[in-house]
Design a protein. Sequence first.
Length: 208
Amino acid sequence: MGPLREALALPIGFDTDVNAAVLGEARWGAAQNLETVVYVTIGTGIGGGALIGGQLAHGLVHPEMGHLLVPREPDDLAFAGACPFHGARCWEGLAAGPALERRWGKPAESLPNDHPAWDLEARYIASALTSLVLVLSPERVILGGGVMQMSALFPLIHEHLTRSLAGYVQAEALLDGMSRYVVPPLLGTQSGIAGALALAERAALGAA
C-alpha cells in the first residue's frame, strides 16, 4: 500500500474481497450491530472473511476457509475432487462451482431444485460451517456467491447444520431459528463494493 498512498497522498484501505464483504454486511447489511460474523462466498471457489470482536481477521497470510478439510460423505466417495492442492479433501474441492460441474457433468445453475446435488452440497456446506461455528463462534453466518443463488440450498443447510451441531451450542441466536442465523447477504452482490467503501471510511477516520 505504501507506493499507492505516496502517489495519491490519501489514506488507503486494503483487504481481501471476502473481508470487504463481511465488513460491508456489518456496516449496512445482514450483520448490523454484530461484532463477530463470518461471510462465506461459494462460487468458482470458496472463500471466507471474518469480523471478530469488530476487527477483520488476518494472520500469517489471510484465512483460507475454503480449504478447510471436511469429511467425505459416504455417497460421494468416488468423486476425485476439484482442488489442485487437496483434491477431494477440502471444502472447495468438494463443493465449489467447478466441483459441482465436474461431479454432475453440467453447470450448477442448470441443475433443478430437486436434483440430489443440492442435498449433497448442503451437507458439505453444513459440515464446514460446523467447524467455523465451533471455532469462531460467530453471531451470524452469511452465505453469498453464485452457488448460493439456488433457492433450495438454504433450507437444506439449516436442516443439516442443526443436525450437525446436535444441540451442543446453546445460544439465543440459534434458539431463534437457524434461518435467522445462516442467511444470505442483505446487500446481495454489492457486499464487496459496500465493504470497499467501509474500508475507505476506516482508513480516512484512522488518518484523521
